[in-house]
Each structure stands twice: as C-alpha cells, then as structure tokens.
Design a binder for this molecule. Structure first.
Ligand code: CP
Ligand code: NVA
Length: 302
C-alpha cells in the first residue's frame, strides 16, 4: 500500500488493519503516550478547497507523531498544475517530503500526483471521494455498535463524494447503505453496481427518505451544496426540499445514531434539534478524523 486514494482501491484486510491501528493509537495517545515514529519526516498538504477538520487533524496528527506538516494554499504555488505540470510538482515534492496529501476538485489530480510521486499520496477529499472521512466514520460506527457486520446506514441527501466513499466502505466491511436522494442527485450507477459486485445488496438507491430510514442503525447526511457547487445553491435548496434530516424523519428510526461529516448547514440538510439530540454522534465522528489519520500517516510514512 503506497498511497491512500480511495476506499475502493484498498482491500478489506488493509482497511481493517487501518481501523485496528486507529483504535490502538487512539487509546495509546489518550493515556498520554507518544509515538514519535515520524521524527524528521515531512508531509506536504496541498489544498484547492477550504478545510477545518481535515487540515487541522492531519496537521496535529503529523505533529503528534514527531513529524512536520507543511500547509500549502493554491496561491502559494501558483495553482496546482497551473504554474507547472502536476507531474513535475509531484517529482520535485518527492525529493523534499516523505508524503503528499491533497484536497482537490478533480479526482484525476490526486491520481496523477500519485502516479508521478515516489512518496505516498493521500486523498484529503476530491469531487469524487472522501476516503479519510469514510474511514473515520466507520471507526466511529464500530466504536458505537461494537461491530460492522449487518449495520444499516440510511444516507439522506446528495449522492456525492461522501456517499460514494461510505458505500464502498460498506461493501468492503459488511454493512448496508440505503441512499435517499432527489431525482437527478442519486449516486452514479457505476458506483452502485460496483459496490453490489463487491458485496451483493450493499447499496440501494431510493428517492424516498422515509423508506430509507426504516430499520436504520444510522442516519447520515451531508451538505446539499458541496465545495465548488456554490453557483447551484438556490436550485439545490429547492430540489432537496423534503430531504432534511429533521425530528419527523428521525422518529421513524428513534434509536438510530445521527452522523454528519460536517460542516453542517442547520435548517437545510439537518435541523439544529437533530444535530444536538442525544443520538447525535457527530463530534465523536469529527474526533476520529484525528485518530484515523494518525494511523494512516504511521502506516504510510514510517
Ligand atoms: N469533514 C471534513 O472533511 O471537514 P473539512 O472540510 O472541514 O475538512
Ligand atoms: N460533500 C462535501 C463534503 C465536505 C467535507 C464537499 O465536498 O464539500
């Protein structure tokens, strides 16, 4: 395993190893211990989009492992792939740093970085996927339910990068996901078919959120307007009417845990009441971004 580009490109064993290491290091660090396995090593962090969780958790995880994170805004380097070809940037950075992480619009950008870099490349979100988020989510689910096998997620909203990574995580780790989206915003057919080839019956797509939450262990949602879709905001808000995770929807699965990758837009995809409810585990989920990424950095860079 050189890079971490998508959940779909990892084997079940690799994903389980990362989850186990995340749990082990979480306990180890909570006790006040420190593992300085990345002393003297550097991670270059390239961002084309804003970030709170991903940036901070990678930066802090890197520092906690004794390493040195370097945050790079697009304007610092004249744009990713703009001032010079990506393949040149990947090879230059490989001569300086021990790893590259990137948050980009096009998924092809991280694929090309990985192709030309000699050091590990980590996908920190692209328009196509958000694998670090999905793995922290799955870590959180395993903590709360004590298992993954047979868990049913109802994902309400946009069939986007987060939904796709979660669906592949479900396929590889024994869970099921029902995705309820308005017409025109479903997860692409190819991803649905592929997850169902990996494990039959993993992903079901519906246009009815009330059907989706029946028997759900988890109700998950994400923004209706992903980064880069700001021009479509008004149209999306109109098109997603009826897909908010609110008390009425949650009452059909009263024991279900509530998850959201954050940032959350209260009053749109989720209400404040549901965000703040007893069943909400959104901040455990956000915390686990740090624990998963610490394990990922140790595995790839040490
Ligand atoms: N969930 C997530 O990736 O958050 P940020 O965009 O703040 O990194
Ligand atoms: N789907 C969202 C996730 C943000 C963490 C986006 O891509 O903007």
């Amino acid at each position: 395993m050189k890079d971490f580009l998508s959940v779909s490109s990892c084997s079940t064993d690799e994903l389980l190893e990362l989850l186990d290491l995340s749990d082990t290091l979480k306990k180890f660090y909570k006790k006040g211990n420190r593992d300085l396995c990345l002393a003297g090593k550097s991670l270059v962090m390239l961002f084309e989009k804003p970030s709170l969780r991903t940036r901070m958790s990678f930066q802090i995880a890197m520092a906690q492992l004794g390493g040195h994170p370097i945050y790079v805004k697009p304007e610092d380097i004249g744009g990713i792939g703009k001032r010079e070809p990506l393949k040149d940037m990947a090879r230059v950075l490989s001569r300086y740093a021990n790893g590259i992480m990137a948050r980009t619009f096009a998924h092809e950008t991280v694929l090309e970085l990985a192709k030309y870099a000699d050091v590990p490349v980590i996908n920190a979100l692209t328009d196509w996927s958000h694998p670090c988020q999905a793995m922290a989510d799955i870590m959180t689910i395993r903590e709360h339910f004590g298992k993954l096998n047979g868990i049913k997620i109802a994902y309400i909203g946009d069939g986007n990068n987060v939904a796709r990574s979660l669906a592949f995580g479900c396929a590889k780790l024994g869970m099921k996901i029902v995705i309820a989206s308005p017409r025109g915003y479903e997860l692409d057919e190819k991803s649905i078919t592929r997850t169902n080839e990996i494990a039959a019956g993993t992903t079901v797509q519906t246009n009815n959120p009330h059907d989706a939450v029946q028997g759900a262990d988890i109700i998950y949602t994400d923004t209706w307007v992903s980064m880069g879709q700001e021009d479509e905001k008004q149209k999306r808000i109109a098109d997603f009417k009826g897909f908010a995770v609110d008390s009425a929807l949650v009452s059909a699965a009263p024991k279900a845990k509530i998850m959201h990758c954050l940032p959350a837009y209260r009053g749109y995809e989720i209400t404040d009441e549901v965000m703040e409810s007893q069943n909400s585990i959104v901040f455990d989920e956000a915390e686990n971004r740090l624990h998963f990424q610490r394990a990922l950095l140790k595995k790839l860079l040490s």
